[in-house]
Design a protein around this ligand. Structure first.
Ligand SMILES: *[C@@H]1O[C@H](CO)[C@@H](O)[C@H](O)[C@H]1NC(C)=O
Ligand SMILES: *[C@@H]1O[C@H](CO)[C@@H](O)[C@H](O)[C@H]1NC(C)=O
Ligand SMILES: *[C@@H]1O[C@H](CO)[C@@H](O)[C@H](O)[C@H]1NC(C)=O
Ligand SMILES: *[C@@H]1O[C@H](CO)[C@@H](O)[C@H](O)[C@H]1NC(C)=O
Ligand SMILES: *[C@@H]1O[C@H](CO)[C@@H](O)[C@H](O)[C@H]1NC(C)=O
Ligand SMILES: *[C@@H]1O[C@H](CO)[C@@H](O)[C@H](O)[C@H]1NC(C)=O
Ligand SMILES: *[C@@H]1O[C@H](CO)[C@@H](O)[C@H](O)[C@H]1NC(C)=O
Ligand SMILES: *[C@@H]1O[C@H](CO)[C@@H](O)[C@H](O)[C@H]1NC(C)=O
Length: 711
């Protein structure tokens, strides 16, 4: 029934003498749907249309072509049909089948599937949000906002996802609760209103998922997804803590919002065809906000399938928040720099977990620790092994027993280092940052008393430990302390300027992303390492993966108050009200230096939700503007078509460029030297505040370092 019809879409393929490439790969195929649909006698759904395309390709490869001995042994296989994220589908194809497909009417382009990993490194009080007041007052929380989390799934029974007191699921919701391994329909409730999982692309790459080893369902086996979902919208949980530390009320940023999870990441990594399927379904299901703590690294927008998929989401009015990555402090390392995506850097809050190390020579060094209690208050011998990193088999029990061991941070998990010290009968560990970790101090859940010190302070420790005759130390753990200078930008937070679009400032803002306490699956050890059999309900994690869902939660809060604001309007409100001075009234700095961190570390500054709810003016951007902007990037028509789906003829927009986008920040790229002259920047603001208001313009000239100027 289908073959006859579909052949209409094919330009006649006569020769097919392509090499013996029989291996199959997954490709994401972009299609101009108008060209296909026009040739159909009646409208069919995309899945059926694309299945017909695939069937006809299989049909053709079965027809033996003269002189071609090579025959396809495996048919092409359709994985997903995409509706909203992109126009097209993904399929498992041989190169030969791909070449046939390229001749189908409506074919735009094909991108091979890629694998990627999550943005992890290894709070709300600070945000000024108070329950019962402002944004968190009952009337503002009444409106229903749905946040879609594209991640590793969720632990549905967790207290953070209970639905006590929540009203019925909004009738506009079209999502489902997919069943799978240890996941039934009853695992969803009025808080967790949807759960889906996508694994077809992953299986093409890694083979069948073994259900005895991995939940083939939306259930989280990693921890990352449970953590990010609860940061965005976890319910109120009284008395939450990590082993007694950081105790208090746990609550998601927008704790009355609904959560829908889209599990796209599996044991080894995540495939772009699955992520795209997650975005696609989330938009169709009706999420208002999409939270994606993952990225492909700096890629031109037309090769960045997440940028393309996010554009599809924005077109449908969905706010997209992504992480910038953890590749700092080096310039131009950030991911997700497309102007339609809101991207957040990660910074410290004023909360810390100090540990005071007193060396035998009287010197005091400050570090941090997740330990509590006073386990090492009496001086104990200190040992600094020659091998420095405390790797497997490098510690000698005779030398380590009863001592505090000094270890350098390494690529190996700190959990394994502390395990090695414990095996060799050490009593404690001082973990000294390797030079590449600078002075970043995020806590990790060690298994024996441990203090972590930065690279700078660590120099004293290692010098003392390797030169003193009988080095000793004591460590006092101070628990949790508020009031440190904050925000401070984390060293690991990826930096701008974007290597893809240096004419826009990215990241957009910074938000808390260091030492964040949030929900955790009880079956995953807090260090995420096999062999870590501890079971915790809450865990402390750091990364732009944590600041991203926090911004998603803030977007949901703003959306609940301003139902009619576009994604660009919400971002504008968060950016124009962000602050750049810390709690000591000095410019926000970088953890490694007291100099101002600057816009390429924090964008417009640190988010300030209570001010964002009433920004006065907003800089709005329509989908059409993004398309004009894309045209200004001089992409080929095939590249533009990925965003326009073949339906947009790129006109010559007189001098439209990044600076003409109605972005809430202004960037001037001098490309090699400051010149005398003037540049004109136009913006259109919309008054969302008091109807009759007047605004005064104030310009602060940026400070230039000598290297930025041609003297
Ligand atoms: C995905 O996982 C495989 C298997 O561990 C690994 O070889 C590959 O490098 C990973 N890819 C990425 C991008 O992390
Ligand atoms: C799945 O994993 C289990 C446990 O490791 C193993 O015994 C079994 O052989 C695996 N099954 C397949 C099909 O690989
Ligand atoms: C917190 O839980 C502990 C036991 O788990 C209990 O002793 C304590 O009273 C609780 N505190 C609050 C404030 O509920
Ligand atoms: C461990 O250290 C002791 C004392 O320094 C030494 O005698 C022994 O040979 C070492 N053992 C190993 C396996 O290196
Ligand atoms: C970590 O791994 C990278 C790449 O393999 C290597 O260059 C670097 O030296 C390693 N760092 C440490 C501290 O082992
Ligand atoms: C696009 O091409 C035009 C004309 O060659 C040029 O002026 C402009 O700078 C280019 N834009 C970009 C973003 O490369
Ligand atoms: C194509 O463009 C027209 C006019 O701008 C619009 O109405 C239509 O929905 C678009 N079609 C697709 C498939 O995007
Ligand atoms: C730039 O303009 C200012 C004022 O018009 C003038 O004083 C200065 O010499 C000019 N600098 C250069 C490099 O042309």
């Amino acid at each position: 029934m289908m073959f006859g019809k579909i052949l209409l879409f094919l330009v006649l393929v006569t020769t097919a003498s392509i090499g013996a490439e029989m291996a199959k790969n997954t490709y994401i195929i972009h299609m101009d749907k108008t060209k296909i649909v026009a040739k159909l006698f009646h409208e069919v759904d995309s899945m059926q249309t694309y299945q017909e395309v695939i069937d006809s390709i299989n049909e053709m490869s079965l027809q033996k072509v003269d002189g071609d001995q090579q025959q396809e042994t495996m048919p092409a296989e359709l994985l997903y049909a995409y509706e909203t994220a992109i126009s097209g589908f993904s399929a498992k194809l041989s190169t030969k089948q791909l070449q046939t497909l390229e001749k189908v009417d409506g074919f735009l382009s094909a991108t091979p599937d890629q694998m990627l990993q999550l943005h992890t490194t290894n709070s709300q009080q600070f945000l000024g949000l108070q329950i019962g007041k402002g944004l968190l007052s009952a009337s503002n929380l009444a409106s229903d906002v749905i946040i879609g989390i594209v991640d590793t799934g969720i632990w549905p029974e967790h207290a953070s996802f209970q639905d006590k007191g929540m009203p019925a699921v909004p009738s506009r919701w079209k999502g489902v609760c997919e069943e799978g391994t240890k996941f039934s329909k009853s695992n969803c409730n009025k808080k967790l209103i949807g759960a889906r999982y996508f694994f077809k692309g992953y299986e093409v790459e890694h083979g069948r998922i073994n259900e005895t080893k991995e939940f083939l369902s939306a259930r989280d086996q990693n921890g990352h997804g449970t953590h990010t979902a609860s940061i965005a919208a976890g319910s109120l949980v009284a008395n939450a803590s990590f082993s007694g530390l950081a105790p208090g009320m746990a609550r998601g940023t927008s704790y009355t919002s609904r959560i829908a999870v889209y599990k796209v990441c599996w044991r080894l990594n995540c495939s772009t065809s699955d992520i795209l399927a997650g975005i696609d379904k989330a938009v169709q299901d009706g999420v208002d906000v999409l939270s994606m703590s993952l990225g492909l690294g700096p890629l031109p927008f037309h090769s960045d399938i997440l940028a393309i998929g996010s554009f599809g989401a924005i077109k449908s009015g969905v706010f997209v928040s992504s992480s910038t990555g953890n590749s700092g402090p080096f310039s131009s390392t950030l991911s997700n720099s497309a102007p339609w995506i809101m991207s957040a850097a990660a910074s410290y809050t004023d909360r810390t977990f100090p540990a005071v190390i007193k060396l035998g020579n009287g010197k005091i060094v400050e570090g941090i620790s997740l330990n509590s209690g006073n386990a090492l208050t009496k001086p104990v011998p200190v040992y600094y092994p020659l091998s420095r990193f405390c790797l497997d088999g490098s510690l000698n029990e005779t030398e380590v027993k009863g001592k505090i061991v000094v270890c350098r941070t390494s690529n190996v998990s700190a959990y394994i280092q502390s395990e090695n010290v414990r095996k060799a009968k050490g009593v404690g560990m001082i973990l000294v940052n390797f030079i590449s970790d600078g002075d970043d101090l995020y806590v990790q859940p060690h298994i024996l008393p441990t203090a972590r010190v930065g690279y700078t302070a660590g120099k004293y420790v290692t010098r003392y430990a390797s030169t003193a005759k009988k080095p000793t130390a004591s460590i006092i753990f101070k628990g949790m302390v508020y009031g440190r200078t904050a925000p401070v930008i984390a060293r690991f937070s990826s930096r701008g300027p974007s290597s893809i679009e240096p004419d826009l400032i990215k990241p957009d803002v910074t938000a808390p992303g260091v030492n964040i306490l949030a929900a955790w699956p009880p079956i995953v050890g807090p260090s995420e390492r096999q062999g870590d059999t501890r079971s915790v309900m809450f865990n402390i994690m750091s990364g732009t993966s944590m600041s991203c869902p926090l911004v998603s939660g803030l977007a949901a809060l703003l959306k609940s108050v301003h139902r009619d604001w576009s994604p660009a309007a919400i971002r504008s409100a968060l950016m124009t009200t962000a602050y750049t001075l810390n709690n000591k009234k000095s410019p926000i700095s970088d953890v490694d230096s007291s100099n101002s961190a600057g816009p390429f570390a924090y964008g417009s500054g640190h988010v300030d939700p209570e001010r964002a709810v009433d920004p006065g003016l907003i800089y709005d951007i329509a989908t059409e503007d993004y398309l004009k902007y894309l045209c200004s990037l001089n992409y080929t028509s095939a590249e533009i078509a990925l965003f326009t789906r073949g339906n947009f003829t790129s006109p010559k927009f007189a001098a439209f460029g990044a600076r003409d986008l109605n972005y809430p920040s202004f960037a001037i790229n001098f490309r090699g030297g400051v010149q005398n002259g003037s540049l004109e920047y136009k913006r259109t603001v919309t008054n969302v505040g008091i109807p009759t208001s007047s605004y005064a313009v104030q310009v602060e000239v940026p400070q230039w370092s000598v290297s930025d100027c041609e003297a």
